[in-house]
Design a protein around this ligand. Structure first.
Ligand SMILES: NC(=O)c1ccc[n+]([C@@H]2O[C@H](COP(=O)([O-])OP(=O)(O)OC[C@H]3O[C@@H](n4cnc5c(N)ncnc54)[C@H](OP(=O)(O)O)[C@@H]3O)[C@@H](O)[C@H]2O)c1
Length: 365
């Protein structure tokens, strides 16, 4: 891919410093569990709910009587989290179902998980799908416990944080975009990060080969920048997804936002030496605060479809992303990288999967 021809705006060091500082010293959350509505009859899909922010999100939704569909790569870890959440909240009338095996490092598995979630949403009497939170994410910090490269040959963070969720979303679009909730609660949250500030300028994307296909790990940029690229892309996804589904989204009231949850003590640092983790924890917040940020996007009243593309920061405020990233949302640059990623996942899309299955059935018949 070529660098887009659009002229980028200037970026300011002051804005960068202000936003990075804000991440460590954000305003107190103004929208907290006491403000959350009752979610009886509502359904939410949360990825990466076995630990970290995702587990807090699942718990807070469950507490409001929501039907939570938790999507994880290791089913057992998801079931363990489910047991803990249910035991801690005996008063809830909600439910939790776990869809395991959704390893974003393998697009085939993502497609299978998409089908499995669809089956849960198709059961007779199932209510509307109201909320999707693409929370699961891989950082360079957790990378030692993960492969560098996906099954399809892409840099691991690019596939886990970018193309994997985009593919999963295709399987969920028909449910989210139904005009079936009388309260018009329809929300889509793409979890991003202030790490988007640490990416190449302009536009935050390595245009030549964003997924570093065929590039050995040692020859790729530093993990901070690769993670930052993937989190820049999450900001783009919030806007372009809405642009591509505007008519249906407006009709059912769907809002698609990105969210930087905060700097938080989670399982992200699981590969670090424990004294370093303890020291780092002096500067970060408890993981539940990240859930407040994500649930602002999912539940805060007053957000309307036209707010799509907004970038939520800790612990539930809207700020601007980096200047060029903000400009990319409306000048065609974000759409360009979205289309490129659509090409990468094309063969795993719902229709394509069905067609491939049909062809293989025809061959065997
Ligand atoms: N913590 C922070 O300070 C911070 C700051 C900014 C943004 N974020 C974002 O917040 C989100 C949640 O992060 P966290 O802090 O809660 O991290 P975490 O504790 O490490 O949890 C990450 C979750 O993502 C899942 N995941 C990772 N790779 C996966 C893969 N290939 N397939 C399926 N699931 C995968 C993990 O599953 P496994 O347990 O199976 O690995 C886990 O459930 C991420 O998108 C992250 O980028 C976090």
């Amino acid at each position: 891919m070529k660098l887009p021809e659009q002229v980028p705006p200037a970026t300011s060091h002051w804005y960068f410093l202000k936003e990075i500082y804000y991440g460590f010293r954000p305003n107190a959350p103004a929208f907290t569990p006491a403000d959350y509505p009752d979610l009886s009859g509502k359904t939410a899909v949360v990825t990466g709910c076995n630990t970290g922010i995702g587990k807090h999100v699942a718990e807070l939704l469950y507490r409001q009587n929501c039907r939570v569909i938790g999507v994880v790569r290791t089913g057992e870890r998801g079931e363990e989290a489910k047991r803990e959440i249910i035991a801690a909240n005996p008063e809830s009338h909600g439910s939790i179902e776990i869809v395991g095996g959704c390893d974003f490092l393998d697009l085939e598995k993502v497609a299978l998980a998409g089908v499995a979630i669809g089956k849960l949403l198709d059961v007779p009497g199932a209510g509307p799908l109201n909320i999707i939170i693409h929370n699961a994410g891989l950082t360079w910090i957790t990378a030692p416990n993960n492969p560098d490269t996906s099954v399809q040959g892409f840099e691991a963070m690019f596939q886990t944080n970018v193309t994997g969720p985009q593919l999963l979303q295709h399987y969920l679009d028909p449910y989210l975009l139904k005009n079936d909730d009388p309260g018009h609660l329809k929300r889509l949250v793409w979890v991003s990060s202030a790490a988007h500030f640490f990416t190449p300028k302009p536009w935050g994307i390595y245009w030549e080969n964003p997924g570093f296909q065929g590039v050995p790990p040692a020859e790729r940029p530093h993990g901070t920048n690769l993670y930052g690229q993937s989190k820049t892309y999450n900001i783009y996804q919030a806007q372009v997804w809405y642009d591509r589904h505007r008519k249906l989204a407006d009709k059912c009231g769907c809002v698609s936002v990105s969210c930087y949850p905060g700097n938080l003590a989670t399982d992200m640092t699981r590969a670090w030496w424990s004294p370093v983790v303890s020291a780092a924890r002096l500067f970060v917040w408890e993981g539940v605060y990240g859930a407040y940020s994500e649930l602002y996007g999912a539940l805060a009243p007053g957000l309307v479809p036209g707010d799509s593309g907004k970038y939520i920061v800790p612990f539930g405020e809207v700020h601007d992303p980096r200047e060029d990233v903000k400009a990319a949302l409306t000048n065609g640059v974000a759409a360009q990288i979205w289309d490129y990623c659509e090409g990468l996942i094309k063969q795993y899309l719902p229709g394509e999967q069905a067609q491939a299955q049909q062809q293989s059935n025809d061959k065997t018949a």
